[in-house]
Structures are given as structure tokens and as C-alpha cells.
Unconditional design. Structure first.
Length: 266
């Protein structure tokens, strides 16, 4: 799914391409961080202990991935900022995460569907990034894809269980689909930066990834006895910095300690 491009290291790229890579890696970092924080809000509130621990572990996986991306983004930027500066000291309009991951948890079915929609994209993206020309990005993807494989298995099984479960579990999942499906399209709608990097061979073809996502969603929904929504208008803007009101509240909590006590060390 990549154009033919030899592997590169940081010194090999032009300043313009380096800036584009910085923006893209920052987008990946923001996405993992915001979703990690959202899932962490379930800690101690899960429906059963096993799933409480499962969500905590998924949150930690995403947080670790975010740290790797932020560290690489800071290196690409070369302005002396650290991973903490990028994570904690930017306003909401500078975040580039898609709208889906900042949506509130809602009930368990709502959280499961949000995770499922993201996992379908995340897993297939990481599979492709492993084969990309940026060796640093490929290494992060190679480590993270092992965790993402568990995430998509976990969320897929829960969609099936809730969809083909009780009348109440199905009702709640259908309500979640009605609320969240509209944010699915942004994941594979490339921004100007992503289009530039796709043309240069550094970002995989999202259209091909979308086909893989659609096939996986269709299989899971069929087993869950759920219809796949059709003709839904897709919301976008998060990857360009236009967010819902939910992100500001999330960042107020996420960034509080670092902003209240700048440079604090544990």
C-alpha cells in the first residue's frame, strides 16, 4: 500500500518533509493520548473486575504508544520541547486527534463501540506503518501492533456479545451506533498533511485500509446480528484542530497538574 520508497532515517529528509512528519506523528500521539485518558476514566468503574482491568491495560498500552510518538515528534521538531511539553502544554486548538476519541464514555456499550470503531482503523494502520520507509515510525508500529491486535479482538468480541445478547444490551449498542457512527469517516479521510505524506510514500493508502475496515466491521456486525448503517453523514475537523466542546474539559483535567506546577518532577 506504499509507494516504492527506500527506508529513511532523520538526516535523510528535507526540512519540509520533516515538518510534515512532525505534524503527522503529533496527530498519532494526540489520538493515542486522548483515547488513553478517556478509557482511564473507567478505572474502578468497570462492569466487572476483569473488564475494569482490561480497560486499564488498554489505556496503558495507548499511553505508552503516545509517549513513543511524542518523543519522536519532539525529535522531529528539534525545538527543545519534550514529550511532556507536547502532551501537557498545548491548547485544545493545537491538538490533532480525530473527533471520535474525545467523545465521552457514556455507558459501557458506548465505550465499547467507540473502541471498536477506533481499533478497526488503528490495527490496520499499524500493520501498514510497519512496512513504511520511516524506520523510527515503523519500529513504534511494530511494537504497538501486538497490543492493537488484542484491542481489536477484545472490542470485537464485546460488540458481538452486546449485539446478540439481551434486548437491553442490544438497545444500548444500537443507541451508541446512532451516536458514534458519524465520527468513523474522519479516521480514513486524509488531511492535507496526510495527502502530502501519502504522495511521498510515508503514509499508507487510506482507501485500501478502509476496505479492510469495512470487511472487518461487516463480519463482526453480521455475527452480532446488527445492520451496518448506510448513508450516514460523516463529521470531521478534529485532525485539523476543530474539536467538540468535550476536548476542552478533558484537557482541563489531563493537564491540570503540569500547568499548576510547571516542571514538576515525581
Amino acid at each position: 500500500m506504499y509507494a516504492s520508497t527506500d527506508s529513511i532515517s532523520l538526516p535523510d529528509v528535507t526540512p519540509e518533509l520533516r515538518q510534515q512528519l512532525f505534524s503527522y506523528v503529533l496527530q498519532l500521539a494526540d489520538t493515542s493520548l486522548i483515547l488513553a485518558h478517556r478509557i482511564s476514566e473507567w478505572c474502578g468503574h468497570g462492569p466487572v473486575l476483569e473488564q475494569d482491568l482490561a480497560m486499564a491495560n488498554i489505556s496503558l498500552d495507548l499511553l505508552g504508544e503516545a509517549r513513543s510518538y511524542y518523543q519522536y515528534a519532539a525529535e522531529l521538531e528539534g525545538q527543545g520541547r519534550t514529550e511532556d511539553d507536547l502532551a501537557y502544554l498545548r491548547p485544545a486548538v493545537e491538538y490533532r486527534n480525530p473527533l471520535l476519541v474525545e467523545q465521552p464514555n457514556g455507558d459501557f456499550a458506548h465505550t465499547i463501540l467507540r473502541q471498536f470503531l477506533y481499533d478497526c482503523f488503528h490495527y490496520h494502520l499499524l500493520v501498514q506503518l510497519q512496512a513504511g520507509p520511516d524506520r523510527h515510525l515503523a519500529a513504534i508500529a511494530e511494537k504497538s501492533v501486538k497490543e492493537a491486535a488484542y484491542h481489536i479482538k477484545w472490542s470485537s468480541e464485546w460488540v458481538i456479545r452486546l449485539g446478540d445478547g439481551t434486548d437491553e444490551s442490544r438497545r444500548r449498542l444500537e443507541k451508541a451506533i446512532g451516536s458514534l457512527w458519524r465520527y468513523r469517516g474522519e479516521l480514513t479521510t486524509p488531511t492535507t498533511t496526510e495527502q502530502t505524506l501519502q504522495a511521498a510514500g510515508f503514509v499508507p493508502d487510506y482507501a485500501a485500509i478502509q476496505q479492510q475496515i469495512d470487511a472487518h466491521v461487516a463480519r463482526v456486525f453480521e455475527e452480532a446480528t446488527l445492520p451496518v448503517p448506510q448513508g450516514v453523514f460523516m463529521q470531521k475537523g478534529g485532525k485539523d484542530g476543530r474539536h467538540s466542546e468535550h476536548l476542552g474539559y478533558l484537557l482541563a483535567e489531563l493537564q491540570y497538574m503540569q500547568r499548576a506546577y510547571p516542571g514538576m518532577k515525581w
